[in-house]
Design a protein around this ligand. Structure first.
Ligand code: 13P
Length: 257
């Protein structure tokens, strides 16, 4: 039985003061929902404040990215050593990083290895563009991204990963994937690729989120899919009530409420 995991990716939103209010507003309600892992992923400057507010609770903190070297002359970067002072998770290979900052599958693989070396749980994002989808190439594209991400990893390492299937056309558009599409790619592409590479036990253990325009209104249907083990939530995670509602719907869908 996989524990569902809901992560709020705040992207480049929230000052430290705003971050503190968002966490304070939602913390108790989130903690009241059992059987679901809940993670805040604030911008770096707000990470220490959020970590302090959730210290000693079951709420987790994630970075939205990090570099793969432990330290060095890399102006502007944050290392896994620095992230792990405050975070248990790190989002790796978000499509916005791939699109605007040129991240490749090879970079993603290096970052995953760096995260694992330091005991951080990677949330590894994969997903196709609208063009790729319209060309009927989604399966091949996502399979390649998964294969590239896990290159040289052991089965034990892969079992501990979280994948996030985020179709780019669904991010920030209000147009979520249908529950059937989410289930198909999470189950028959991402999990199936892990199964082919590492066997059934690893495939059954790995957690796979869906992400892209998750809202309180569609969360129950999306999270009811057997191969969808939670969500990576963007816009709706910026509103305390919406994120709490999505977490509650997930618990209801998975029968942990
Ligand atoms: P939205 O929920 O705003 O579509 O963003 C999804 C996302 O990119 C989360 O990482």
């Amino acid at each position: 039985m996989r524990t569902p995991i809901l992560a709020g990716n705040w992207k480049m939103y929230k000052t430290v003061a705003e971050a503190k209010s968002l966490v304070s507003e939602s913390k108790d309600d989130l903690l009241a929902v059992s059987g679901v892992d809940k993670v805040f992923c604030p911008p770096f400057l707000a990470v220490p404040a959020v970590a302090e507010l959730v210290a000693g609770t079951a709420l987790g903190v994630g970075a939205q990215d990090m570099y793969w070297e432990d330290e060095g002359a890399y102006t502007g970067e944050v290392s896994p050593l620095m992230a792990k002072e405050f975070c248990q998770y790190v989002i790796i290979g978000h499509s916005e990083r791939r699109e605007y900052f040129g991240e490749t599958d090879a970079d993603v693989n290096k970052k995953i290895k760096a995260a694992l070396r330091h005991g951080l749980t990677p949330i590894v994002c994969v997903g196709e563009s609208l063009e790729i989808r319209q060309a009927g190439d989604t399966e091949r594209w996502v399979t390649e991204q998964v294969r590239g991400a896990v290159a040289d990893l052991t089965g034990e390492q892969v079992a501990g990963l979280v994948f996030a299937y985020e179709p780019i056309w669904a991010i920030g558009t209000g147009l979520a994937a249908t529950p059937q599409d989410a289930e198909h790619v999470c189950g028959s592409v991402v999990r199936a690729t892990v199964r082919e590479m590492y066997g059934a036990q690893v495939a059954e253990a790995v957690r796979i989120q869906y992400g892209g325009s998750i809202k309180p209104g569609n969360a129950l249907d999306l999270m009811s899919q057997p191969n969808v083990d939670g969500g990576l939530v963007g816009g709706a995670s910026l509103q305390a009530a919406d994120f709490v509602a999505i977490v509650r719907h997930t618990a209801e869908a998975k029968g942990t409420a």
